[in-house]
Design a protein around this ligand. Structure first.
Ligand code: DHB
Length: 299
């Protein structure tokens, strides 16, 4: 990758137009909106709300269905050296297996990322919080899928959960990377003037992004880097300048995604954050990311 920065899945990546804007940007890669077997409209609006500290969303997986992203992946020009990641979030294990089999049959050079962490489907718990179910899903996938792949994880908040989750992920050699973190699920933002919630689905509950989640994201990156030897960790959460990108890499991230900030600023965020990261590195005397990646000091 020519830049360590790319979009967080869900932001600027639902339509071909979005994906082409991402492709044309200075991002180092691009990832699609999580796809399901069938197209989905998603939850009722308003379903994304910006606050001074970040964002809350309950989109409900609006997407064009996996065939649309499979078509995009088939037409994608891999020679441009910008990796294409496909996020998959079927409504059931059977759906996920159908989607993954379809990609497997085409043997495309895109990289599949199985989303274990969508918090916004009423009545559907996040797979990442049910580790036996997550392990079962990964076993089923690995029965036939023979290419490297990744998973998108929810944030964990307890050291025993880092241990238990890592134990599961370490069973799968082809699971080459994890992305930490998805939004912090089921927050509640309140508008004092209106004495109301700010998004419609789930009576106002939604996934938090932005400043709210940076320390949680960094903790998840650092803890999984420590526990997943031989795998890579992609950092996601609270990146809005070169400083947060630096923090994620210092915590051990291989690459860094931008979500809430990209939603507000558009693809210009990649140039700005990359320049800020370069300036910060230059001020510190670092030439390359590996000069400081994973070198976070403890006291
Ligand atoms: C949605 C949100 C997520 O955090 C996710 O991982 C997948 C989908 C959504 O609401 O569309």
């Amino acid at each position: 990758m020519t830049s360590p920065l790319y979009n967080a899945s869900g932001v600027m990546c639902r339509s071909v137009e979005d994906l082409e804007a991402m492709r044309a940007s200075s991002s180092g890669a691009l990832i699609t909106k999580s796809c399901t077997l069938e197209p989905r409209e998603g939850n009722p609006e308003p379903r994304y709300f910006v606050t001074p500290l970040g964002s809350i969303n309950s989109m409900g997986l609006p997407n064009y269905g996996y065939q649309y992203y499979l078509d995009y992946a088939e037409k994608y020009d891999y020679a441009n050296n910008k990796p294409l990641f496909i996020s998959i979030s079927g409504m059931s294990l059977a759906d996920n297996l159908t989607i993954i089999k379809a990609f497997h049959e085409r043997a495309l050079p895109c990289i599949l990322e199985v989303n274990l962490s969508c918090p916004n489907l009423p009545g559907k718990p996040q797979l990442g919080y049910d580790l036996p179910a997550a392990q079962h899903a990964l076993e089923k996938i690995c029965e036939f899928y023979d290419r490297p792949f990744g998973v998108k994880l929810p944030p964990y908040f307890d050291v025993s959960h880092f241990d238990q989750a890592a134990e599961v992920f370490n069973k799968f050699d082809l699971l080459k990377y994890v992305t930490c973190i998805n939004s912090v699920g089921n927050g509640l933002v309140i508008d004092v003037d209106a004495e109301s919630v700010v998004i419609k689905p789930k009576d106002g509950l939604g996934g938090l992004g932005g400043d709210y989640v940076l320390p949680t994201a960094l903790a998840n990156v650092r803890e999984f880097v420590r526990r997943l030897p031989g795998k890579q960790v992609v950092g996601c959460g609270g990146v809005k300048s070169g400083r947060e990108a630096f923090m994620h890499i210092l915590a051990g991230a291989t690459a860094v995604q931008v979500g809430s900030c990209l939603y507000e600023e558009g693809v210009g965020a990649f140039d700005r954050i990359a320049q800020e990261l370069k300036d910060l590195m230059a001020a510190k005397g670092y030439q390359k990311l590996s000069d400081f990646r994973g070198k976070l000091k403890t006291l």
